[in-house]
Design a binder for this molecule. Structure first.
Ligand code: HEM
Length: 496
């Protein structure tokens, strides 16, 4: 290379570096503390490599005495909120300024674009209002017997797999259970994952959530640089999404011919039929809206709850004293009510505490997000957020902060018993998010998980399989999932 070419190269590099420095000065110029950013990529390294919640926790530990700090996804600034009181403002009191999340998979005609979680502004409000009644107490009660049926299948199938002291992968069992449950409760589809040796539905959903290697990179690219992603012609909907979309379309066609079950799909169809009467001139339902919500429920209903259940049985298998206590509570319930019933499950305090503590330690969704939709001055500061600014709340880090949770790494369900709940600081436990945009299916997911845990604990003794004493996690920028499953030995209990 000639001297001129070298010189030109150096000038270009210096210019690029200066540009990067200038863009990464955004937070400093607003007086917001921010850890050193790498040229161009900012803090993206921590997004892509390893387990994102662990990488991001490094910043949380260093900076949590500030109520917030700034990071950069390439040049895009993100404000991380650590202070629970400020979170209450953003997620609840001043929600009108933070209605949206970042839209991901935003591509003309894609199913992902139409999902509730990706909708913004008025469109989100209308769709959420239509979907909320699906999870009312009445609906929960009416679904209870279906969930019990699937939980019975879960127990029999798990025990069948446990013969001759064979270790059973409980993450796999729970994945089959959650798939059968959501498919049946929401759509009346019987997919029999708990009897098939090759469960097609659960496998497809499993593949969708397999965020390893290239797929993790592709997803990160799609989320962080959506315009470039679309420009390069990459497709947003995975083949698995298409599989579930085709299935949903067929199911919707059947319902439109008259078949009714009173489930989630019927509710959406009714809302679609009457949308003109309810909101004259406003359209909540486009071509794909129904299909997209069906797919969303099938995939969202599968992995989060299955992981929460797998983490729960890991914890109780590891702590026989808590397992014993839980079994005692459930046996007393059965004595009182004759069987596991809705009221009993909802009142079981120790069962609730075990799940809540599991979700504190291992929240399947580790980081929450909102987008500023209306200019906002952060209370008690001069910092102004503008529409489009992203904020994040590091749920995993807050759940593991010794300031709020003494001995944060220890599994101590007693923290969530009614007599101790008073000392939990608000907005330090939020596995389902918080405020009007929290998890729409929280009550359903909790009921489903409680029924499955209860049936299993009443039927079998759980022990960690030798060689599987340590819980490991998949490397993931998104969801927290057990790596290699959760292997347990199950010993059937004699019926009293
Ligand atoms: C243990 C199980 C689950 C956990 C831990 C969980 C967690 C979450 C979290 C953290 C959010 C974001 C909340 C926020 O931003 O404040 C969310 C949103 C959502 N979840 Fe769940 N979830 C679970 C089960 C489910 C199930 C079973 C379904 C469907 C049947 C579901 C459907 C949704 C939907 C549709 C949203 C988006 C809500 C919106 O944007 O309005 N989730 N979930």
């Amino acid at each position: 290379m000639s001297a001129e070419t070298w010189l030109l190269l150096v000038v270009v590099l210096v210019l690029l570096w200066t540009y990067s420095k200038w863009r990464h000065n955004y937070w400093a110029s607003k007086g917001v503390v921010s850890p050193p950013a790498l040229p161009f990529i900012g803090h993206m390294k921590y997004f892509v490599i390893g387990q994102r919640w662990i990488s991001l926790n490094k910043f949380y530990r260093e900076l949590r005495n500030h109520k917030f700090y700034g990071l950069y996804e390439f040049f895009n600034p993100v404000l991380v909120i650590t202070d629970p009181k400020l979170l209450k403002h953003i997620l609840v009191k001043d929600f009108e300024h933070f209605v949206d999340r970042r839209r991901f998979g935003d591509q003309e005609g894609s199913i992902m674009t139409e999902m509730l979680g990706n909708k913004s502004g008025e469109e989100w409000k209308d769709l959420r209002a239509v979907m909320t009644p699906t999870f009312s107490s009445g609906k929960m009660r009416s679904m209870f017997h279906l969930i019990c049926e699937k939980a019975d299948n879960l127990v029999s199938f798990s025990l069948k797999n446990a013969v001759n002291n064979r270790p059973v992968d409980m993450k796999d069992m729970f994945g089959r259970f959650t798939m059968d449950t959501i498919a049946s409760c929401a759509f009346g589809i019987e997919c029999n994952s708990l009897s098939d040796s090759k469960p097609v539905f659960a496998d497809k959903a499993g593949q969708f959530f397999n965020f390893h290697g290239l797929k993790a990179l592709k997803m990160t690219f799609m989320i962080v640089l959506p315009k470039l992603y679309n420009f390069l012609g990459f497709k947003v909907d995975d083949p698995q999404i298409e599989f579930f979309a085709n299935l949903s379309k067929k199911n919707i066609e059947l319902r439109e011919k008259g078949e009714r079950r009173g489930d989630f799909l019927d509710l959406l169809l009714e809302a679609k039929a009457s949308e003109n009467d309810i909101r004259p001139g406003k359209k909540v339902f486009g071509e794909q809206t129904l299909v997209a919500q069906s797919v969303l429920f099938l995939v969202a209903g599968y992995d989060t709850t299955a992981s929460a259940l797998a983490f729960s049985v890991y914890n109780i298998a590891r702590h026989p004293q808590y397992q014993h206590q839980l079994r005692q509570e459930l046996q007393e319930l059965v004595k009182e009510h004759g069987s596991i019933n809705y009221q009993g499950i909802m009142e079981a305090k120790y069962l609730d505490a075990v799940l809540m503590e599991t979700l504190r330690l291992y929240p399947p969704a580790t980081v929450g997000e909102r987008m500023c939709t209306k200019q906002y001055k952060i209370p008690g500061t001069d910092l102004i957020l503008n529409p489009g600014n992203l904020i994040q709340f590091p749920m995993w880090s807050i759940h593991h902060d010794p300031q709020y949770w003494p001995e944060p790494k220890e599994f101590k369900p007693d923290r969530f018993l009614p007599q101790n709940r008073g000392s939990i600081i608000s907005f330090t436990h939020m596995p389902f998010g918080m405020g009007p945009r929290n998890c729409i299916a929280m009550r359903f997911a909790l009921m489903e998980a409680k029924v499955a845990l209860a049936q299993l604990i009443l039927a079998t003794e759980l022990k960690l399989a030798p060689g599987h004493e340590k819980l490991e996690f998949e490397d993931s920028p998104f969801l927290m999932r057990p790596k290699g499953g959760v292997m347990l030995l199950l010993t059937p209990l004699k019926k009293e």
